[in-house]
Each structure stands twice: as C-alpha cells, then as structure tokens.
Design a protein around this ligand. Structure first.
Ligand SMILES: Nc1nc2c(ncn2[C@@H]2O[C@H](COP(=O)(O)OP(=O)(O)OP(=O)(O)O)[C@@H](O)[C@H]2O)c(=O)[nH]1
Length: 455
C-alpha cells in the first residue's frame, strides 16, 4: 500500500457511525452553524448517532473542547460504538492528534469533512485533480507538524511506527505528487482558458449560477437546460462546473454554468483549490445568485456567498438574485427592481417552473447593457492593454497619437473591459475620451497608415 492509497482512507465511509461535536463559540472566534453541520454530515454519507454540544469562550489549545468534555466524548464513542468523531470546526494537527489519543477513535475536522464530500462528488478529471490536491495539501500540514494520520493508517505488521526514513520518503512522495497534480491542473486550465477565449470572441454571454449550497442551482440549471445534472438533497451535489448552451428568449444563445455550492467559512485553502472551478464565475457576463427563499438562514446565506465572491474576485460581475422555492412560501412569482429600475431579484420556483418567464425577461434586460462602446486614449505604456482589448472584443477604430500612444474605439463586454482596466491599473475616467470627430477636445494627429478595423 503506498502513501496515496492511504490518503484515500482519510475519507469517511458511507454508513460509518459518527459522533458530532459542536462548540458554541463567540462570533469573533469562528462561530459555526449547527444546522449546516447536520447538512454537511448527512451529505458525507455517515450516520450521526449522537452529538456533543458545548459552550466555551475560547477553544482549548490542546483539545479544542475542555478535558471534562473529552471524557464525556470518549464515553459517547464507546457506548455508541462510533467509527469517527466529526468536529464542526477547523482543528490544528496537534488538537486532532490529542483528541484521537484521548477518545481512541478517528477524528475529522470541518475541513477534512468538506474535502471528503468534495472527493465523493468530484466527477470530471479536473474536479478530481483539484480535490486530490486539496487533500494532499491538507495532509501535508498534518505530516509536517503531526504524523498521526499516516502512522495510524499504516497499520499492519511491519508497518507500525515508521522511522525517520519512512517519514522522509512519504514527505518526498507527497511533494512529488502535489507537483505532478499541479502541472496537470495547469494543463487543464490552459485548455479551459482557450475555450473561454473562443467564447469571448463569439460574444456568447456566459451566465453563471452561484449560490449557497442546497439553494437549488442544479434544479434550476436542469430546468433551464433540460439537461441531466446530478441533483440531490445533499450539500455539494454539484462540484464541477457544468457548461451548457441555452437559448434565452430576447438574448439568443448563452452559456449557462453550474458551480459548486458555497458555504460559510469555506477554508481558504479550499477556495484556492477550487479557483479553477470558480473561474467561470469570475468571467461571467451575469451571475444568477440563487438563494433558498424558504431557508431560515436566508440572509446569512446570501452574505456568505457574497463573501466568497469577493474572495475569488467576482464581486464586480453584475448579479441578478434568484429567490428560489417560492412554492414553499405560498407566494406568487415576482420581480423586484433596484434604484435604477433594473431587475434585481426574481422570486420563482425551479421545481414548478413558475416565474421562468420573469427570469428570462430579467436576464435579457440585465444583459442589454453589457457592452461598452467608447473611445479611449491609451498612453504609450499601455501596449499590453491594447492587445488584450483586441483579444477581448472588437476595436472599431484605432489612431496613433503624437505622443506615441493610441486612440481606440472599442466595443467590448463591460465585465471584461472593467477587468482589463483593473489589471492595467487604470480606471475608466483616466482613459475615457469623447469621440474625436465631434469633440472640441485636443485633436490628436492622425496617421492614416495605422488606422484599421481590427480583426
Ligand atoms: N420546494 C422546492 N424545492 C426545490 C426547489 N428547487 C430545488 N429544490 C430542492 O432543493 C434541494 C437542493 O437542490 P439542488 O438543485 O441539488 O441544490 P444545489 O444548489 O445545486 O446544491 P449544491 O450542489 O449542494 O450546491 C433538492 O432536494 C431540490 O429538489 C424549488 O423551487 N422548490
């Protein structure tokens, strides 16, 4: 059995009996939600047998919960013959090790649990690579500071109590494996970027579904595409983004992307690991932010999704909120508009289809203003930006200025436009100029040789 067979065993097994541990902490110290924890646990396929909920001002540095509670926990594990203890919190490698010794049972923290669910749900090649990378990185923190995971999993005669040599070998194997996965992921990402550039050029808008896990994204995605995406009443039913071509009345063809469900306090390393999955979100023309309107935690879920969007740099993308599951509220579908009169929130039901007509109309209206058509004055140093604008949209006119810079008239997707300017460290006000043929503003010298319609 090599190291990577053993990492497989970090996963929870379906049907395993679990004792759940939740510590009620002050907000500032990372308060977690108990209902969401139950959802997470059910999604992982283990069977919760009992739970230990306790309150503390701060976690114990060595055991997370107090030593009295640890004894109680050990007793619960014994009496319920539990296979695993699941914590609704991130544990340090040391805490995990101490707890395992004290309760004589496998302990998995929140990050490990989320990774386990991701591992079960990953279906595409890229998704699986991403999960494996995140798991190995999680394991490597345990390997460097602790050693329990591998030591414990070795088991078997002749494999118990590895010496330094084995530890070094495993570290090296782990490093090599991480590097090889990173290289393969880079390759997959490049292929994906090529697909994206082709889409950009074809001007097909990309609409990305995002939302708190279990909000109904896959149900909506299926209903809109009549496709067959995995739907389940479990968290993270969707891990890999699924792209489908759809026809939106009033818009024409568009690409719809389903993405992984967001949760509160998604460990930072996981956000990094799933960045490629979420890249579709960063580059979308419009985000459909789906929310379960019947959920008690509705507003907190919306905030949690917004936080992740900010973290992945997608907070600049226009958003249309979809308040799903209106059938549960016994309310008719409707549209709310923002202070500019634009559709802002559509209340509908993905299962009954009520409100889809409102959604289509709202999407069409929101996408209508997605292009910018304007004159820009670029300094000589902005050659790269000029090239990127050519790639991202259409350059309708281009003139050299006496200072070696450029005047361009661009027709480009607003989202891409704003992103490119940000990347070039410029803002719109610095480069925007009036149409030179009508403006009284400084007229640049015009070099007909260099004027062309860009292809
Ligand atoms: N009553 C009702 N239930 C819905 C509606 N839309 C989705 N559901 C249910 O909500 C649950 C979650 O739906 P999914 O589509 O899997 O949710 P998701 O947001 O894709 O979930 P993740 O992949 O975990 O992020 C399923 O049991 C759906 O049947 C709706 O409009 N009304």
């Amino acid at each position: 059995m090599d190291l990577f067979d053993r990492t497989e065993q970090v996963r929870t097994g379906a049907g395993e009996k679990a004792v759940l541990v939740h510590l009620d902490l002050p907000d500032a110290l990372g308060r977690e939600d108990l209902d969401e924890f139950h959802h997470l646990v059910t999604s992982s396929g283990v069977e919760p047998v009992t739970e230990l909920v306790s309150k503390r001002d701060r976690p114990d540095p060595a055991l997370f919960i107090g030593s009295g509670k640890v004894e109680e926990l050990a007793e619960l594990v014994r009496s319920h013959e539990a296979d695993v203890v699941l914590f609704n919190h991130a544990l340090s490698p040391g805490q995990e090790r101490n707890l395992e010794r004290a309760v004589k049972c496998r302990v998995l923290d929140r990050t490990g649990l989320i990774l386990d669910i991701f591992a079960q749900r990953a279906r595409t090649h890229e998704g699986r690579l991403q999960v494996e990378l995140a798991q190995l990185q999680h394991l490597s923190t345990r390997l460097v500071r602790g050693w329990t995971h591998l030591e414990r999993q070795k088991g078997g005669i002749g494999l118990r109590g590895p010496g330094e040599t084995q530890l070094e070998t495993d570290r090296r194997l782990l490093r090599d494996r991480i590097r090889s996965i990173q290289a393969r992921l880079d390759k997959v990402r490049k292929q994906r970027a090529q697909g994206r550039r082709a889409r950009d050029r074809s001007e097909t808008p990309l609409i990305s579904l995002v939302g708190y896990t279990n909000a109904g994204k896959s149900t909506l995605f299926n209903a809109l595409t009549t496709g067959d995406v995995y739907v389940a009443d479990q968290l993270f039913a969707t891990l890999d983004p699924t792209l489908r071509k759809v026809r939106v009345p009033g818009v024409g063809p568009a690409i719809l992307a389903d993405t992984v469900g967001f949760i509160r306090h998604l460990p930072h390393r996981l956000v990094q690991a799933f960045r490629a999955t979420l890249e579709e979100t960063v580059n979308a023309s419009l985000l459909l932010h789906v929310t379960d309107s019947s959920a008690e935690e509705r507003d907190a879920n919306v905030d949690a999704v917004n936080e992740v969007l900010e973290e992945i740099g997608a907070n600049q993308v226009p958003v249309l909120h979809v308040y799903n599951k209106v059938d549960r509220l016994d309310q008719p579908p409707r549209v709310e508009r923002d202070e500019h009169g634009l559709p802002w929130r559509v209340w509908l039901s993905a299962t009954t289809g009520e409100g889809f007509d409102l959604l289509y109309a709202a999407i069409a209206e929101r996408l209508a203003d997605r292009w910018v058509d304007r004159w820009l004055r670029l300094p000589p140093s902005a050659g790269k930006l000029r090239a990127r604008l050519h790639e991202a949209g259409e350059v309708l006119d281009e003139r050299a200025t006496t200072d070696g810079g450029m005047l361009l008239r661009v027709h480009v997707n607003r989202v891409h436009f704003e992103r490119l300017l940000r990347e070039a460290d410029l803002d719109e006000e610095q480069v925007k100029v009036p149409d030179p043929s009508v403006a009284d503003a400084e007229t640049p010298s015009y070099n007909p040789e260099r004027s062309h319609r860009a292809g």
